[in-house]
Ligand binder design. Structure first.
Ligand code: GDP
Length: 456
């Protein structure tokens, strides 16, 4: 059953700005707002139709505290599907908090994180994958990411999943009818047709799974680590990529002792970049901890920038780094190309692939590096209008559905009974229904909305 209490929260960021919004949602949203707001027209918000704006003043104990515009929405025509009032006041931290407090003193309850969107989901205004795209849109760091998240909100993924599921549902229903009622005059299941449908589904699900990493790279970003021995120019590269002096640059080895992190947008590819401590043997206890952290970052990052100094011959430390990078998504970078070249680049290239030559100091090679990143992460020519998975939860559901479809295909190939094929298809349908939230447990739904901010 839907919760009928009226909730309230500040929906704009906690800071000073032109406008601040306090949002109320629930049965008595307008009645509560009426207790603290009087329109200059004298009209009560509780008598107002939906989609109307009212200009007036907010009062505390009969004393005006701010001028405001109240927007009234009537259930079910609102974001949450309930009665909603949005109080648009001046955007000061003190005044927005004060007006929120007044709503709470007059009968509203404080909204939990994501509660407005959760109510929208429970009232059937949007499915779970669309609700999650709201979060992607809020946290989008660049143009491509915002476009992709907007298209998710418009239903690019929901439509794709619905399309896949409707094919699966009709196959499952036909198989169930055929196997459960053999005596009835039900048309025989055409195994060739079923097989082709399953192959198509397999390919559609694979596409979604394969696009996941590049989708993450344009929306929320992927982890990337700059690694290398001391003094090769890691911090200078970090500063080149962030566009400001984020890391301290000196010629003294061991200056960066801990991981320095910053999010950067390289032509639409979002990287959560870490400049790490130089990797080398050291007796210094503090440096040792830094080196250990560098290794952990290298292991856990989706993209690794392995930096070498071209002005010096390669050392054992460089070869150790090459070994650690094997099997990773690595971009070997030879830095200081403005100096005389002494390192044998061909050795690095043999082991890690084509090197990108740069001078982090003067910016040479920056564009080539950005292109290489986009190519590696798959953000080059990323189609933001196509369906994509927005988070790990959706990826897990999609992978489960994919595994079930692969098993169904195998079952047909090995001539198992249609019953067995039907069980696999049912498994895939369940996983996809969990993805859109149509069959998600309460615990899953709670988990999704817990990650939202208060006021959303
Ligand atoms: P890190 O220890 O790997 O982070 O290296 P830094 O970024 O602190 O740089 C070490 C030294 O190399 C500093 O003196 C930098 O100015 C210098 N350096 C870094 N990149 C370049 C480059 O591309 N060309 C030249 N000539 N010097 C560089």
């Amino acid at each position: 059953m839907t919760d009928r209490t009226t909730i309230a929260a500040i929906s704009t960021p906690m800071g000073t700005g032109g406008v601040g919004i306090i949002r109320l949602s629930g049965e008595n949203a307008a009645e509560i707002a009426d207790k603290i707001f009087t329109a200059f027209s004298g009209k009560k918000l509780s008598d107002s139709e939906g989609y109307k704006a009212h200009y007036g003043r907010v009062f505390e104990n009969g004393k005006p505290v701010d001028e405001a515009i109240c927007l009234v929405f009537r259930a079910p025509h609102s974001y949450t599907g309930e009665n909603v009032v949005e109080i648009n006041c001046h955007g000061g931290i003190f005044i927005t908090k004060k007006i929120l407090r007044l709503t709470l003193e007059n009968g509203a309850s404080p909204a939990l994180p994501g509660e407005f969107t959760k109510r929208a989901f429970l009232n059937g205004k949007l499915d779970l994958s669309k609700a999650e795209s709201v979060m992607s849109l809020i946290s989008a760091q660049g143009e491509q990411g915002a476009n992709a998240a907007y298209n998710l909100l418009e239903g690019s993924l929901s439509r794709k999943i619905e399309e896949i599921n409707s094919v699966l549902l009709s196959s499952a229903a036909h198989i169930a009818a055929w196997t459960d009622y053999p005596d009835d005059e039900i048309m025989e299941v055409d195994t060739d047709e079923l097989y082709n449908d399953l192959l198509n589904t397999d390919s559609e699900l694979s596409k979604l799974i394969n696009r996941f990493d590049s989708g993450m790279a344009v929306t929320t970003g992927v982890d990337a680590a700059i690694v290398g021995k001391p003094n090769v120019g890691k911090s200078t590269l970090m500063n080149l990529l962030t566009g400001f002096d984020r890391s301290i640059v000196t010629s003294i080895a061991g200056t960066t002792r801990d991981v320095v992190e910053e999010t950067v947008n390289l032509n639409g590819c979002i990287l959560r970049l870490s400049d790490t401590a130089g990797m080398h043997d050291t007796g210094d206890e503090v440096e040792k901890i830094g080196v250990k952290r560098s290794r952990t970052k290298l292991e856990r990052s989706a993209v690794v920038f392995a930096v070498f100094d071209v002005s010096e011959e390669l050392t054992d430390e460089d070869f150790e780094l090459i070994n650690l990078c094997k099997g990773k998504n690595v971009i070997p970078i030879v830095n200081k190309t403005d100096l005389i070249k002494r390192a044998d680049i061909s050795i690095i290239e043999k082991l890690l692939g084509k090197c990108i030559e740069i001078s982090a100091k003067d910016g040479t090679g920056y564009d080539t590096l950005c292109e290489k990143v986009a190519e590696l992460v798959g953000t080059k020519d990323f189609d933001t209008t196509a369906a994509m998975l927005a988070n790990e939860r959706q990826l897990i559901c999609c992978k489960t559905a994919h595994e079930n479809i692969s098993e169904a295909i195998q079952a047909i190939q090995t001539c198992l009974t249609l019953d067995a094929v039907g069980v696999c298809i049912d498994g895939a349908i369940s996983a996809l229904l969990e993805l859109t939230g149509k069959k998600a447990s309460e615990a899953v739904v709670d988990e999704v909305f817990k990650k939202f901010c208060v006021g959303k």
